[in-house]
Design a protein around this ligand. Sequence first.
Ligand code: ATP
Ligand code: MG
Length: 484
Amino acid sequence: MFGENPIHILLIEDEEYDVRRVMNTLQPLGGRVVIRDIVSDGNAALDLIRAGKDRYDIVIMDFQISGGLMGEQLIREIRKLDASLQIIVITKMTINITDFEFASGLMKAGAFWYCTKYPVDIEEHIYQPTDFILSIFNAYEKRLLEHEQVRSKRKFARTIENILAGKQLLGASPAMEELRREIAKCAESGAQVLVTGPSGTGKELVAQNIHYTSQRRFENFVPVNCGSLPHELIESELFGYEKGAFTGANVRKLGLFEVANHGTLFLDEISELPLQAQVKLLRVIQEGEIEKIGRTEKIKVDVRIIAATNTDLEREVQIGRFREDLFYRMNVLHVLAPALCEHREDIPALIDHFMKTLSMEANRATPVIAPDAERVLVQHDWPGNVRELRNVLQRLLFDSEGVIGVPQVERALGRRPQAPSAEGGFSVTLDDGSIVSWRQMERTVREKYFRFVRTHSATNADAAKKLGLAPPNYHRMCKELGIK
Ligand SMILES: Nc1ncnc2c1ncn2[C@@H]1O[C@H](COP(=O)(O)OP(=O)(O)OP(=O)(O)O)[C@@H](O)[C@H]1O
Ligand SMILES: [Mg+2]
């Protein structure tokens, strides 16, 4: 019954007669409940608790003892030292047993339970023994639960720390320090955030950092790329549907809003959201409820939205492609991820970090980059920002034999003298005599063609269409090429 471990008690009682009565009450339990120490004043009790954390599971204390520290004050001091130490109070019969204020005062101070001592002519028990003993076991259960809670909270905190360590925004430049301050503000606030900035500047990292340092960090972070979801599926992805809502709805589908409930929904490339879905999103933000397809009642959700875009959303509003009311709802807090060319001083540290991690992942020795080669990298314009830098370094890692010089860097940057035609056409020239592998050449052509098509398209969805690619494939290829 009630497990095997002995339950350790600290008894605070200044009348020997009552000490005996407590011991008599516990006697039938043999060694299961052990009175480890007995003291007669509050300060001595605190000293013992301080000296040996976990020496006691439960304190049984007389409410009125001689000496300065007693009663509710003593209860509070004990809880301050160890919040999971459970306290059972015994008081004199003279305290009115219907005095609820007294009882609630005790509970507020942190006592687990209290009872009134039997009249003095009863020697065998301090109180109705089964009640007394059951309370000890209940208090012990509570102690174990609270211990477990502390342990799992600590475990969670460690997991979050690990996640954050893998999502570090590198760079010590003023621009990055400013970005960190903005992230901290957003984490504290809990309002909707719009993250803007050119492609590859770490907008997703910003969103993750906000989530994992916010109140919601123990809940889900759910990323959705609005640009890669087919338009006709967006609503069912976001809001889900009930079984039988339409032909083919064989099972109930949870919407991403439900998955993200209490956590954060990251709407990447929000400018790609079709107008009809924008209306629904606005309604969810305003009402805090979602309408599931095939269901009449709405479902309450508590979701924080962080949206990101690399387009000029205000311009999208002006030309009627993005709803103005939704823009203002999203843009409560605004974070701008800076282009890499605006904080070039961070490039050496980024190179160092990426080269180390990439070579470790590839199980290769970290190559050395010659100072003049590093200079070329620092001075490059990086239209694809940190993502492009990372991709170039990956190329260099596989292209190098230990040392990286200027020619390798030039090659990895795909630099060729190139004269764009008058109408901004697409061309690839190979007139500097260097021979590159077919794979490298293919990559260069692809990258240039993708960039060319993008500059001639209004949106990513438009570019994908022109290229005859499904949006998810388009996005994957862009990512691989370091241009998205
Ligand atoms: N300051 C930074 N420190 C470390 N890594 C970074 C930093 N900025 C970006 N990265 C890395 O660069 C890559 C691109 O970042 P991310 O996907 O967050 O960019 P993005 O701004 O969302 O781009 P896009 O607009 O194309 O979606 C990721 O691998 C990310 O980890
Ligand atoms: Mg992104």
